[in-house]
Design a protein around this ligand. Structure first.
Ligand code: HEC
Ligand code: HEC
Length: 331
């Protein structure tokens, strides 16, 4: 073999090596280092959990599942935020209340909710305790006429006065509407999920499969992480829905109704994406059935990008790695 043909052969081999490298698997280590600039593993415990006692958590668990907190004894928090295998949602576009009337917003999950900056799609409740009383008094939801009526009812129900006294020792008025919110919040702070994405972030290269790694790369490459960041891959800020194209449903003005500021029209809390594969249908009105459909909608509205089916499927696959290990999918 002459020097020249040897050189040509080496060049062919080199070209083949380069080609096979670009076809080869994603580099998990590089993706992890980049991901950790935007997202973080879920911490062990939610803020505030350090002072939750077993008595308070147990009372909260009972209240969360208590249908007698509704006007006609038919509906509890868990009617909509199902925890019986479901991911803290009912998987309906919008939910029927105690009297069968439907609300206008999709039920978000209660799993990991306490890590968010605020509660509700429009962030109108500051925290879990502040949130918990509101559905009980909401006429379309549990429909109780007022805080005093809720407290009066609980006083007549067996076991509750004792359970509140045990959960709030030293409080001269343990059975109060505020303490009901505190107890439910304490229970909700135990609703922490664990997923394969955190295993990946912790250093397990094999926690994610090839389509999931491709999806993660795209998710970062498209800059979805500019909004969906932090421990919940969302839930940390508010953003306007429809940066490049209008969201189809313009009726719900989002944070405009909370702040009164025109710039907040169609601003919503950035949805946390932990467990998102289990919590469809999607968006505040539950209008989009499939996760890949929601991903395409986001790319179009927030990034002016039409995704190919295969790209949306890869991102949806990555988002599936954010599902609680062992929790079943939508029924
Ligand atoms: C009729 C169905 C229904 C019932 C009953 C219900 N919820 Fe909800 N929940 C919703 C809907 C719908 C929203 C979103 C409403 C909004 O953003 O305006 C929501 C929002 C929440 C949120 C905020 C989550 C987030 O990501 O912003 C929490 C926490 C929550 N509910 C807990 C509870 C608790 C605790 C109870 C019982 C005291 C309860 N819910 C009863 C439907 C329900
Ligand atoms: C400018 C901020 C922003 C960017 C960028 C963004 N999102 Fe979102 N995302 C939001 C907001 C706000 C919501 C909540 C929308 C609502 O109220 O219906 C949301 C909702 C979602 C939902 C629905 C979650 C649910 O529970 O209903 C998915 C899925 C989603 N985003 C994925 C993505 C993907 C994938 C990208 C990148 C292609 C992306 N987002 C980019 C702000 C953003």
């Amino acid at each position: 073999m002459g020097v020249r043909t040897l050189g040509a052969a080496v060049a062919v081999l080199l070209a083949a090596a380069v080609a096979s490298q670009s076809l080869a698997a994603e580099d998990p280590g590089r993706l992890r280092r980049k991901a950790l600039r935007y997202v973080e593993p879920l911490p062990a415990a939610m803020p505030g959990a350090e002072s939750d006692t077993p008595a308070r958590i147990e009372l909260g668990r009972r209240l969360f599942h208590e249908p007698r907190l509704s006007i006609n004894d038919t509906q509890s928090c868990s009617s909509c935020h199902r925890l019986d295998g479901a991911a803290g949602v009912d998987n309906l576009p919008t939910s029927p209340g105690a009297r069968g009337e439907f609300g206008t917003r999709n039920t978000p999950t209660v799993l990991n909710a306490g890590w968010q900056i605020a509660q509700f799609w429009d962030g109108r409740a500051a925290d879990l305790a502040d949130q918990a009383g509101q559905p009980i008094l909401n006429p379309v939801e549990m429909g109780m006429p007022g805080a005093a009526a809720v407290v009066a009812k609980l006083r007549t129900l067996e076991g509750y006065p004792e359970a509140f006294a045990a959960a709030f020792p030293g409080d001269p008025d343990p059975l109060s509407f505020a303490n009901l919110g505190e107890a439910i919040a304490a229970f909700e702070r135990t609703l922490v999920t664990r997923d394969r994405f955190d295993d990946f972030l912790a250093g397990d290269d094999r926690a994610l499969g090839e389509p999931e790694l491709r999806g993660l790369k795209l998710f970062m490459g498209l800059n979805c992480v500019s909004c969906h960041d932090g421990p919940l891959v969302g839930g940390g800020l508010f953003a306007n829905l429809g940066q490049y194209a209008p969201y189809p449903n313009q009726e719900d003005t989002g944070r405009l109704a909370v702040t009164g500021k025109e710039e907040d029209r169609l601003a919503f809390k950035v949805a946390p994406l932990r467990n998102v594969a289990l919590t469809g249908p999607y968006f505040h009105d539950g209008a989009v059935a499939s996760l890949a459909g929601a991903v395409k909608m986001m790319a179009r509205l927030q990034h002016n990008r039409e995704l190919a089916d295969a790209e949306a499927a890869d991102i949806a696959a990555f988002l599936g790695s954010l599902s609680d290990k062992g929790r079943a999918g939508p029924p």
